[in-house]
Ligand binder design. Structure first.
Ligand code: DHB
Ligand code: FE
Length: 284
């Protein structure tokens, strides 16, 4: 195996994220008037920063080169989801009067149609994943009044102990640590997975150079990604973190919220066990 196959590069995971994103061609019904207002303000904001810092020609050319590099490495999904998505998430969810479970960023590694799993299940994992501390994650999906939502789906995806996501790094089975769990008659689920580790965003490409250039760090706290859906209810895209875990106070992607911290307790068999329930708002 080459080093790149063992340790996926930013280029490889960036390109995989770019290819996945491109495959689901997106569009928006933004009017010309609204586009005009947004672009006018965006250019004004760039002009203001350039003037404020008296940006030099060398700095401008470095920016131009860096943007070309980000595209060539396929890293726009990585860079945007780390540095911009949290603002969009906040704008779109906090402006409504939602009272259900808080959302967080989707990030670049979601894949649709993960295999269905029963309410009580084990996530697809390799023997090497079983070396990690098992995590038993259980709870209930309800509406905001506490009525159970039977047949709700919880799409769960997370990284392995090395911080790699299946389908975005080589040599990992396609659906490793990905599944669509269906809640039982009482809206409950009990999922056995592994305790995830802190995650380092790929640091050897232009996103990494960007972070180095201002003396930042590339770490995200350990996290589980979830999308919770039930017909007639607002879908939630969120992440759950671990209380007291490294980087929870200093996430490079600024996506931690206090309501999203888990506090698992060890059971007699050495499993980390945690209860966390989801409340879904009615659809608008
Ligand atoms: C990135 C990776 C993640 O796993 C995540 O949750 C958010 C962002 C990234 O590499 O951009
Ligand atoms: Fe992630």
């Amino acid at each position: 195996m080459t080093q790149a196959e063992i340790n996926p590069t930013a280029h490889a995971s960036g390109n995989a994220a770019t290819d996945k994103f491109k495959a689901g061609r997106v569009s928006s019904d933004t009017s010309k008037e609204r586009a005009n207002a947004i672009y006018t303000d965006l250019l004004a904001a760039i002009a203001e920063v350039a003037h404020k810092h008296q940006v030099t020609y060398d700095e401008y050319r470095v920016l131009k080169q860096w943007m070309i590099d980000v595209g060539e490495y396929g890293e726009w999904p990585l860079w945007l989801d780390v540095f911009v998505e949290h603002e969009i998430e906040e704008i779109n969810y906090d402006r409504h009067e939602y009272t259900g479970t808080k959302g967080s960023i989707e990030g670049p590694y979601y894949v649709e149609n993960a295999p269905k799993l029963p309410a009580k299940c084990e996530m697809p994992m390799r023997d090497q994943d079983k070396a990690q501390t098992p995590l038993i994650f259980k709870g209930q999906v309800t509406d905001v009044d506490g009525n159970p939502l039977s047949g709700a789906t919880l799409e769960l995806w997370h990284a392995d102990a090395d911080g790699y996501y299946s389908q975005f790094a080589p040599n990992i089975p396609e659906w490793n640590l990905r599944g669509t769990i269906v809640t039982d008659e009482e809206g409950r689920y009990e999922i056995k997975t592994l305790q995830p580790a802190p995650y380092q965003i790929p640091a050897d490409g232009p996103t990494g150079w960007f972070i180095d250039s201002y003396g930042g760090h590339p770490w995200r706290p350990a996290h589980l990604h979830l999308m919770v859906k039930h017909p007639g209810h607002r879908s939630i895209t969120t992440q759950l973190y671990f209380k007291g875990g490294e980087w929870t106070d200093n996430d490079v992607a600024t996506a931690v919220k206090p309501e999203l911290l888990l506090d698992p307790q060890q059971d007699a068999d050495g499993n980390n066990v945690v209860n966390y329930s989801f409340a879904l708002d009615k659809e608008d």
